[in-house]
Design a protein around this ligand. Structure first.
Ligand code: FEO
Length: 168
């Protein structure tokens, strides 16, 4: 099966974006761990693993149709963060950027009548709805529970219980 060079490039760029997202969450997890946010560290380590699975989905899709995927060099994400809340805001912003990127490839696939890529991307469209909702829910907790030490401790615990092993 053939896909266009534009779609191939867009999917390879998506691999790079998911790899960077994975590294970014890893850096967030590491900062949380060293700062004493055990639950959040747990959550972000697991989320980094999920992003790696997203990356692999695209790698396997391309390889499966006979187009060798490009494994990218990954940029270094920020090392330090201001607060748990700022991490979650950054995470939401990053997820919104991923959603825009996925939507662009969906539109390109529609334009080129590339049904295979269009169907493949439906999983990502749904996943991005979940991802944005997840971080919106977490950010709401800062509004509802608060930002003092006890509140942050509660949110840290809540994040730990949200860290479910990835099934994808
Ligand atoms: Fe794979 Fe959270 O975007």
């Amino acid at each position: 099966m053939k896909i266009s060079s534009r779609i191939t490039k867009a999917l390879n760029d998506q691999i790079a974006m998911e790899a960077f997202a994975s590294n970014y969450y890893l850096s967030m997890a590491s900062w949380c761990e060293i700062t004493g946010y055990e639950g959040a560290a747990n959550f972000f380590y697991q989320h980094g693993d999920e992003e790696r699975q997203h990356m692999l989905k695209v790698v396997h899709y391309l390889n499966g149709i006979g187009v060798q995927a490009v494994i990218p060099q990954v940029k270094q994400p920020p090392k330090t963060f201001n607060s748990l809340e700022s991490i979650c805001k950054t995470a939401l912003g990053n997820e919104q950027a991923v959603t825009r990127s996925i939507n662009k490839i969906v539109e390109l696939a529609q334009k080129e009548k590339d049904h295979s890529t269009f169907v493949f991307l439906q999983w990502f469209v749904n996943e991005q709805i979940e991802e944005e909702k997840l971080f919106e829910t977490i950010l709401q907790k800062f509004v509802l529970i608060g930002r003092d030490k006890l509140a942050i401790n509660e949110i840290d615990k809540a994040l730990s219980s949200m860290a479910t092993p990835s099934t994808e």
